[in-house]
Ligand binder design. Sequence first.
Ligand code: FEO
Length: 395
Amino acid sequence: MSFKIKNNVFWVGKIDWELRKFHGNEYSTHRGSTYNSYLIKEEKNVLIDTVWMPFSKEFVKNLSKEIDLDKIDYVIANHAEIDHSGALPELMEHIPNTPIYCTANGVKSLKGHYHKDWNFQVVKTGDTLDLGNDKQLVFVEMKMLHWPDSMACYMTNDNILFSNDAFGQHYASEFMYNDLVDQNELFTECIKYYANILTPFSSLVDKKIKEVLSLNLPIDIIATSHGVIWRDNPTQIVEKYLAWANNYQENQITILYDTMWDGTKRMAEAISKGIVDTDKNVNVKLYKVAGSDKNDIITEIFKSKTILVGSPTIGGGILSSIAEILEMIKGLRFKNKKAASFGCYGWSGESIKVITEHLEKGGFSIINDGIRALWNPDQESIEKCVEFGREIANS
Ligand code: FEO
C-alpha cells in the first residue's frame, strides 16, 4: 500500500494492526500503530525514514514497486530508533552508497545498532537539501524529542513538516488522516503518547515548538512517523503540545493502589468518598494497579492535579506492582502535582513512608505524611480515611 499525500510526496510505510506492546513491554498499543515512511519524487528522489525491522523485507519490496531503488538519491534518517531505521540494513544492501542524512548523534546511534559504515552525511538545524523544482528540505534538530538524535525536516513550497515521533500516536487506521478518524480515539492516543514518552522533556518541547513557530513557516501538513497525518488544521496538535508541555493538569485526583486482602482497597474507597463529599467537581478515579494497564494509568496521572498512592506493607516495603509504577512515575519527572500515600499493615507498617520517599524523588509536592490503618481497617479507621479524603480535597 502507498498513497500520495501531496504533489510528489507519497506515504510508503506500514500499518501494524497487530502491535499490542511497544518498546519491548513498556508501552501498550491497544490500537496498533503505523510506521510512516515517505518518498519524495522531485528532481531528486528522497526517502524519509523506514519501518520497524520485522517489516523490512516487505517494505523494501513495496518500495521497489514505487521506485527503482537505484534512483533514490538520498535517505533521511530523522531518528535512529529501530521502529524507523529497522529496514535500513535491508534497504542499504540494495543501495549501499546512497547518502544517509542524519544528525551527528544519529550516526552514533545507527552505527551502534547496525555496525555498518554507510555513507553518513551529518546535518544540523538550518542545513538544507535541494530537491529540484524550487523545493528544499530544511533540517531541524529535535534533540531529546525524544532521543538525542531526533530530527525533523520541513519541505518548502509543499509546506510539509516531517516531524518524526513528535505529534505522533500509536494508532492504526486505514484512513491515515486526522480528519477521517474518530477524534476521541485519536486524542486519547495522542495524550497517552505525550504522557508516557514526552513528559520528561516538556520544557524542551515548549522551547522547540516556540523556536519553530517563530520561523513563521507555513505548515499545510504535519507528517509524523506514527499514526495519522495531520492535514486538517494541522497546528491543532501543536497547540495541544504547548498546553501539555506547560504543567498540564485537569481537575482530577487519581487514586492508585494495590491490595492483598482488600484492606488498602477499602481505604482507597473511603478516601475517595471523603474527596467526593467535599468537592463535587473534582473527577476522582481509582485504579487497582495490578491488572490495570500501566500506560493508561500514567496518562491518568498526567491529567491529575493530585495522586494518592496506596500499598499495604510487605517485607518492610511495598507491593511490587506499586514499586513498578512508582519507578515509571519517577522517570517521567511530572511537575506541578501533589501527592500523598496510604496503606494498611499488620506488623511494622513502613509502606506509606516508602511510597512518600518515592513520590518526593519523583518531584511531587507531598501533602502530608500519609495515612495507615492497622490490619483490616475497622469503622474508626475508615472514618479517618474519609476525613483524610476531605483534607486532600481541601489541600
Ligand atoms: Fe518511534 Fe523514538 O521511535
